[in-house]
Ligand binder design. Sequence first.
Ligand code: JHZ
Length: 408
Amino acid sequence: MKRTYCRISGEPLVEVVEFGRQPLGNGFLEPKAFANEYFFPMAIGFSEVSMMLQLIEQPAPEKMFHDQYAFYSSTSRFMAQHFKGFAEQVMQSKYLTNVDPFVVELGCNDGIMLKNFAEKNIRHLGIEPSLNVAQEANKHGVRTISDFFTERLAEKIIREHGKADAFLAANVMCHIPDIVGVVKGISKLLKPTGVVMFEDPYLGDIITKTSYDQIYDEHVFLFSALSIQYLFGLQGMELIDVLPQKTHGGSMRYVLAHRGAYPVKESVSELIAQEKVQGLDRLDTFKVFQTNVTHSKRKLVTLLKDLKSQGKRVVGYGATSKSTTILNYCCIGPELIEFISDTTPIKQGKYTPGMHIPVVPYEMFKSNPPDYAVLFAWNHAEEIMAKERDFMEAGGRWIIHVPEVKVL
Ligand code: JHZ
């Protein structure tokens, strides 16, 4: 449904960038499904009241999160370590000092973070609407229910398990259109001394790096400390700390609690001041972003067409959700990119959403290396470059588009 009003403040939304017709970011499909493929008009809008950048239209959650969800968190070794670190930070913090603490994670996927609590016999509960990944979590001893989190579910959890000491989420909160309802549920579920810790791709980095590929159907919101402060403030909660993360090309971990429960760290006022300097509270900033996005598109398309005319073989590395935005916005199909290799079995043998580039097993990249590989999983560059030294030593070149389009 097209929104003309901000999902948080109810004030009018001003459209700032338009990406044209887009399919589902994770809607990898077989040829028999091409004819009925789902598309929606993708654009982002901004409200200067809530300071929240958001999709104007978003597909229904059931279209995106279901029993065939294509993204498994545990496909990256680095991410497994990252979530172990996140879990350890929670376990060692002053927020989890109770004798029998209870930890809830929203969108726990295959259990990549909660398994660290399960291993220490800490009471936990995962809530994951995509059944296939929720089953994977249960298989690994992570207690998970497959459902969407609502105020009603929060009440049910309180009846069955009591209130929570910590409420965690990673790369999930920015997916939820009824975020106001979810925050109401969280404030109910949380003990008076409880904390919320969650992280998502950070708007400040998206703007600085022109990483517009973070914008796709699942990411209904692009958060900043300013917008998070406003959103949680509506339910009597406040930011008490912010911790920048390297993941997903620049993320922010937000720590929140009931207002007055804990002292507010200086990091919060510092980040908020920095965001005001960057202009994350002003419409003008997103107009500049729009110009940068158009420029990035032009550069990438020109580069790929030049390589094609020189007879070079170009493939993609990592069939990410992010790549769906780039491919469809720039209109890049199999005539420019031969295939995209990906290690996720559920994506292999299928085609990319919208532009229908074949997704092949990683072994194809190894056995038939191209001249150039577009690093669609650019956020995993460190891990990938380390394991693909042979490709570069044999003369293979990487193409990246963040922070600007270039050949490495
Ligand atoms: P990756 C997903 O986005 C979807 P995506 C989701 N909406 C979200 O918010 C973010 O995650 C957090 C493959 N790969 O992590 C695996 C290799 O083939 O950038 C993945 O398919 N070889 C929930 O999809 C993809 O690349 C490798 O060596 O943009 C990476 O996807 C590695 C490391 C990955 O997230």
